[in-house]
Design a protein around this ligand. Sequence first.
Ligand code: HEM
Ligand code: HEM
Length: 195
Amino acid sequence: MAAASGPEKVKLWDPLLRGFHWLLAFFVVAAWCLGQFGPLIMTLHFWCGYMVIALLAFRLVWGFVGPPSARFSSFLHGPSATLGYMRGLSSREPSHWPGHNPLGGLSVIAMIAALVAQVSTGLIADPDDFVNVGPLASSVSRAASTKAVGWHHFGATVILILVLLHLAMILYYRLWKREDLVKPMITGWKDVRRD
Ligand code: HEM
Ligand code: HEM
C-alpha cells in the first residue's frame, strides 16, 4: 500500500509565540488608536507602548532560543527562495508551509523593525507641549527629540500599512488559496506538507 502523501497536522506554533502575537496585536492597535483618537494626555498610550517594548524584547530573544518555527533562521530565506515562493503565490492551492513562508518571514521582520523604530522614536519624542514628552527625551539633543516626533507620526502610518497588508495577505490565503492561517495561530496546530 502506498504511503499517505497529504499534509500532516503538526504542533507548529508554541504557546508563548501565540500569546506574544495576540498580545502584540492588541497593544499595537490600542497604542495606535490612543495616539490617534485618545485623550490629550497620553498616559495610557505610553503604557501600551511599554507593553509593546516588553513583547518585542521577548520576541527578539525567542527568535534565537525559541523552538525551530519561532527562530529567525528558520524563516529568513535568500532572494531566490523568496522569488521561487512568489511564483507559486497565484496558484489556488494551500501552501501547507511548515512555518512562516519566505514572503511572510520578510513581513514579520518588517513589522518587528517598524515597531522597534516606533517605540524608539516614542521614547525620545518631545512635541513641546510639556505633557506628552517621551521619558527619554531629555537624554537626547533638542533637535533629535523634535525630529523624533515627525518620525513617530510617520512610523504610525507605516505600521498601519504593514498591518493592513498583513491582514490582506491572510484574507488572500483564506479566500484564494483556501488556507486558514489564523486557526493555527490560535491553536498551534497546522497542516504542513511532508518533504
Ligand atoms: C496590529 C495588529 C497585528 C500585528 C502587529 C501582527 C503582527 C504579527 C507578527 C509579528 C507575526 C509573526 C509572528 C512571529 O513569528 O512572531 C504575525 C503572524 C501572524 N498573524 Fe498577525 N499581527 C496583527 C494582527 C493580526 C490579526 C488581527 C490576525 C488575524 C486575523 C493575525 C493573524 C496572523 C497569522 C495567521 C500569523 C501567522 C502567519 C503565518 O502563518 O506565517 N494578525 N503577526
Ligand atoms: C507600537 C507602539 C506605538 C504606536 C503604534 C504609537 C502610535 C502613535 C500615534 C498614532 C500617535 C499620534 C500621532 C499623530 O498625532 O499623528 C502617537 C503619538 C505619540 N506617541 Fe506613540 N506610539 C507607540 C509607542 C509609543 C511609546 C513607547 C512612546 C513613549 C513612551 C510614545 C510616545 C508618543 C508621544 C510623546 C506622542 C505625541 C507626539 C505629539 O504630540 O505629536 N509612543 N503615537
